[in-house]
Design a protein around this ligand. Structure first.
Ligand SMILES: Nc1nc2c(ncn2[C@@H]2O[C@H](COP(=O)(O)OP(=O)(O)O)[C@@H](O)[C@H]2O)c(=O)[nH]1
Ligand SMILES: [Mg+2]
Length: 253
């Protein structure tokens, strides 16, 4: 197959229940597109039938469909899964997409040319906060926790981005090559790190307002994971100061 226009990376941990509907919807959407794409589901140590579900859907893709579905395995954590997918993906654009499709897949067009002018951005991230975004059904306490976390992230490492944590982000091929070899965080705190590296590289990050539907079934443990993420944000700041994210020739090759 020619180089895909779009790679969709889905990190998945114990997603046997949510993935069938998600892969169904993504497949229907991609079948209608004029471009080629690939879907990479990246799993680690799920104790349910996540892998079997992905393999079943991968087989059901017809040879003349304009997309493929593949299963990958990674180290533990959402960040590690995303990094694995981003390094394996061959697309001209690479999109991170949560398995619960809390953003309808039809909105992916908002992150891609022609809707976003080609050459006007390097990274396009979904935002639930900027004008035009709508949140559906989110409990007040989850929104509040997100706002507090964002305030800390903005203060410590990434000024100016209102929502770093939404699970839908698009990277051009060149931006992905520039960022993901340097990602060190394997857990939930990988988003701020990736955006911090993008800023270090002076890449153009644009925020895209989306419709976002809260999904109750979460792998986040509110207290434990928030503490861990705050530690990770501090680590990113330290790493930045130590020059860990500076480009090295070996990572660029
Ligand atoms: N591979 C992998 N994926 C993960 C891990 N933790 C979370 N995910 C995926 O990350 C995405 C977001 O998780 P979710 O539970 O919906 O988090 P929330 O939306 O923040 O409540 C989903 O696709 C999960 O399956 C992990 O440890 N490994
Ligand atoms: Mg979710």
């Amino acid at each position: 197959m020619e180089r895909p226009f779009l790679t969709i990376v889905i990190p998945a941990y114990n997603e046997e229940k949510r993935l069938p509907k998600t892969l169904e919807k993504i497949g229907c959407f991609l079948r209608e597109q004029s471009y080629h794409s690939e879907v990479l589901v990246v799993e680690n140590g799920s104790t349910d039938a996540t892998s079997e579900v992905v393999l079943m859907y991968a087989k059901s893709v017809a040879p003349d469909d304009r997309f493929t579905i593949q299963l990958l395995h990674s180290d533990q954590g959402k960040g590690a899964a995303v990094k694995t997918g981003m390094l394996v993906g061959k697309g001209e654009h690479l999109f991170i997409c949560d398995a619960d499709l809390s953003m309808p897949i039809e909105e992916v067009g908002k992150f891609l040319p022609p809707q976003l002018a080609a050459d006007s951005f390097d990274v396009a991230i979904a935002s639930r906060e900027i004008e035009g975004a709508v949140r559906y059904n989110e409990p007040g306490y989850r929104h509040l926790m997100g706002r507090v976390f964002n305030l800390i992230v903005r203060t410590l490492i990434i000024p100016g981005i209102e929502d770093t944590q939404c699970g839908f982000k698009l990277f051009t091929r060149a931006a992905a090559n520039d960022i993901f070899p340097y990602q060190t965080i394997s857990g939930w705190g990988f988003d701020p790190e990736v955006l911090y590296i993008a800023n270090t590289r002076k890449l153009r990050v644009v925020e895209v307002p989306i419709n976002w539907y809260y999904m109750a079934d979460s792998r986040v443990s509110p207290i434990r994971d928030t503490i861990k993420m705050l530690r990770e944000v501090m680590r990113v700041r330290r790493n930045g100061r130590r020059g860990i994210y500076k480009k090295t020739t070996s990572a660029d090759s």
